[in-house]
Design a protein around this ligand. Structure first.
Ligand code: PMP
Length: 410
């Protein structure tokens, strides 16, 4: 169903900003989305009326704060179609979730010679934690190659699977190529080898309906700030029995059952993975973001993103001197990485900013992918449901002018 973009945009005051005298065109959503009033107000309302520390007070405010925090957990569980909310752990972001898993599960169960499969397009959040664990355990990291069409080479993946494979860890959506990866297929194959499937959902959760059960995933990580929620909160879902088999990642208050000077015993999930005072207001903000997205409808969000991406691609393809990176087809979300041939992407981003257009330039925390693409860096435009075709037209127009301007100096 088409969404009423103009109406939804009224919920995002920042979209009325002028940047360098021009109306803001915000195409940096893959880095972080903007926040609707409903999310900011939910946090303000909490701070003005209900704030106290959670889980430990007998007084009214603490009970209210706990209730609001736990309601947010229920909302996130519903958003991911998790079978229960006890298996949703609040983290700071996807990065923390991936580290939690790598340290907790990895240090307990991985040993020298075991293998973890990732792919060449992974964000560093799904690469570096494995390096850290490899240094401690001696595991081997294997990476699925990309095909010429920018999709993952599934034959190569199948050739990497073997009895030493313990973990398959793949992003649901690439933050550079926009590819939506076939997670159910990866999970089924991983399970044939009794390996676990962990999914980096940082880019997928904001843009498509996630159903962790239908995906057959064992673990799924998300970042709130990319899906309308504040910074400082994310979530990590895992199958309850697997989470219960994992040691805590951080120790301290809130996560214990009993502590003596000699030893501690730990609380049940999710508390055993939430040491210390959590980001209460941010979690409540994430709950409000989930409400907002549910009202828009995730199917509608994806439909809008794909349509806008295809519209932008159809225009970009007609421009000479532009290289595009990413697959063609509907298995691609609202992300377009590109370069103006011979021009540094930082110069492109700066030129666009002078006309009010916010895009990102760099390696996008995906240096192995940059190497595979044989580039140093790319420019990236990334869309959300509040972006319009009119904004794409402005972007294309300024991009063309930028190319012609720099072209004079080539
Ligand atoms: N994975 C992917 C695919 C991402 O795009 C990002 C953010 N760019 C991350 C992980 C890390 O997210 P965060 O910085 O919120 O932890």
């Amino acid at each position: 169903m088409p969404i009423n973009v103009e109406k939804l945009r009224q919920d995002f005051p920042i979209l009325n900003r002028k940047i360098n005298g021009k109306a803001l065109v915000y195409f940096d959503n893959a880095a972080s989305s903007q926040k609707p009033k409903q999310v900011v107000e939910a946090m303000m309302n909490y701070y003005y009326n209900n704030h106290a520390n959670v889980h430990r007070g007998a007084h009214t405010l603490s009970v209210e704060a706990t209730q609001m925090y736990e309601e947010a957990r229920e909302k996130v569980a519903g958003f991911l179609n998790a079978p229960s909310s006890e298996s949703v752990i609040f983290t700071r972001n996807t990065t923390e979730a991936m580290n939690l898993f790598a340290y907790s599960w990895g240090k307990r169960y991985l040993k020298a010679g075991d293998e973890v499969i990732i792919n060449h397009a992974e964000h560093h959040a799904n690469v570096v934690p494995w390096h850290l664990i490899a240094q401690e355990t001696g595991i081997k990291i294997r990476a699925i190659r990309l095909k010429d069409d920018y999709r993952l080479d599934l034959e190569h993946f199948e050739s990497l699977l073997n009895d030493k494979t313990k973990i398959v860890s793949i992003a649901h959506m690439s933050n550079v190529l926009g590819t939506i990866n076939p997670i159910k297929y990866f999970a089924d194959k991983a399970h044939e080898y009794s390996a676990l499937m962990i999914v980096d959902g940082a880019q997928a959760a904001p843009h498509l309906k996630v159903d962790v059960q239908a995906l057959a995933a064992d673990f799924y990580a998300i970042s709130g700030h990319k899906m309308l929620a504040p910074t400082g909160v994310g979530a990590f879902w895992g199958k309850a029995e697997l989470l219960r088999s994992m040691p805590p990642f951080l120790g301290g208050g809130e996560m214990i059952r009993k502590v003596t000077i000699e030893t501690s015993t730990y609380a049940d999930i999710p508390m055993c993975f939430e040491a210390g005072t959590p980001n209460i207001a941010e979690a409540i903000g994430l709950g409000a973001a989930v409400d907002y997205l549910n009202n828009v409808g995730m199917e509608n969000v994806l439909e809008h993103d794909v349509k806008l991406t295809n519209y932008a691609l159809s225009k970009l393809k007609t421009l000479k001197g532009i290289s595009l990176y990413g697959p063609e087809g509907d298995d691609r979300g609202g992300i377009i990485s590109f370069n103006i041939d011979g021009v540094h992407p930082h110069d492109v981003a700066t030129a666009l900013d002078s006309e009010g257009i916010a895009i990102r330039a760099g390696h996008h925390c995906a240096q192995p992918l940059m190497k595979a693409l044989n580039v140093q860096s790319t420019a990236r435009a990334s869309f959300y449901f509040y972006n319009t075709e009119a904004e794409v037209d402005i972007f294309i127009n300024v991009l063309e002018k930028t190319r012609d301007f720099f072209g004079d100096f080539l």
